[in-house]
Design a protein around this ligand. Structure first.
Ligand code: SF4
Ligand code: SF4
Length: 300
């Protein structure tokens, strides 16, 4: 009897399979963007678009994982750094697994890893990633870019990290979020310790001094508690604030630096400062935390 090769699953059925797979593996958010959205929008330079990186790409699937608010509130801390690294590892695993899942189903796929840079020095030399997951998440309908240059989502505000899988399969796209989620409250600018962000009158996305932000990352790396993330901590957007009953605490964030300068043991901030006190490398010239290359060597 003649046997026929099974055709790959396509259309809505394929989309449903992918969503089910991603959620079962632990993704909190999943969105679908057609590769043409990069060309239609024209915001991303041509060499940084999906089809320039991998020609067969027709759809980009973006997955997001939450950075839990109470952990982010302890930043800068070793605890925050550990969650940040865990989120990155989780995202790389999710992307790797989804790529292989799609390949097994007959849809050639490729993924762009989470933090594809060797060290902060590499970022200083060329302060741009080869592919922006933030722009991919925007084009996949997961949120809008705020004043802070972070992607704000209805679910977690900016307290979420993303990874992207490119596939040759054509999958129906998710609609873009139509209305800006950023309310231009300015809290991210006011609380930034390096004054790296500034509001603009003519648009939502603010001015961003990448080098000032990088300087903060370098300082924190020396102390072993990279990254900063204060702009993600203070942003009032996100349903996660309801879950954690942390709505309307802008004043607490605004006064934090001043209050702790006056009294490092201020009881209002005790739970955060306690976490920050331990596990850090103290003083200048102290050993820096591991670079991604060193981590990769250890993992190999
Ligand atoms: S803190 Fe305020 S201004 Fe900054 S991104 Fe969030 S909503 Fe926008
Ligand atoms: S990460 Fe820190 S230094 Fe960089 S923009 Fe946000 S608050 Fe400022």
């Amino acid at each position: 009897m003649e046997t026929r090769e099974k055709s790959p699953v396509e259309g809505q059925e394929l989309k449903d399979h992918i969503i089910e797979f991603c959620e079962a593996q632990g993704a909190d958010l999943v969105g679908f963007a057609p590769a043409e959205r990069w060309d239609d929008a024209g915001e991303v330079p041509p060499d940084f678009r999906p089809r320039a990186l991998w020609l067969p790409a027709r759809t980009v699937i973006v997955m997001g994982v939450e950075m839990p608010l109470p952990v982010v509130e302890t930043t800068p801390s070793v605890l925050h750094m550990e969650i940040y690294r865990t989120a990155n590892r989780k995202l790389d695993t999710l992307a790797y697994d989804l790529t292989r899942y799609l390949n097994r189903m007959g849809h050639a796929s490729f993924f762009f890893g989470r933090d594809v840079y060797a060290s902060l020095k590499a970022l200083r030399d060329a302060p741009m990633a080869a592919f922006s997951h933030v722009m991919a998440a925007k084009y996949a309908g997961l949120g809008t870019i705020g004043l802070s240059h972070c992607l704000l989502t209805p679910e977690f505000g900016p307290r979420v990290r993303f990874v992207s899988v490119f596939t040759s399969a054509v999958i129906s796209p998710d609609p873009l979020v139509g209305k800006d989620l950023c309310i231009k409250c300015g809290l991210c600018c006011q609380c930034c310790p390096k004054k790296a962000l500034a509001m603009r009158e003519d648009r939502v996305v603010g001015e961003y001094d990448k080098m000032a932000c990088l300087e903060m990352a370098e300082d924190l790396t020396k102390r072993g508690c990279y990254p900063c993330g204060i702009c993600t901590k203070v942003c009032p957007i996100g349903k996660d604030r309801m879950l954690y009953k942390q709505k309307g605490i802008q004043k607490k964030y605004l006064k934090e630096a001043e209050a702790l300068a006056a009294n490092p043991d201020d009881p209002a901030y005790k739970s955060w400062t306690h976490v920050r006190k331990y596990g850090l490398t103290k003083g200048k010239g102290a050993p820096v935390s591991k670079t991604r290359q060193e981590e990769k060597k250890e993992e190999a």
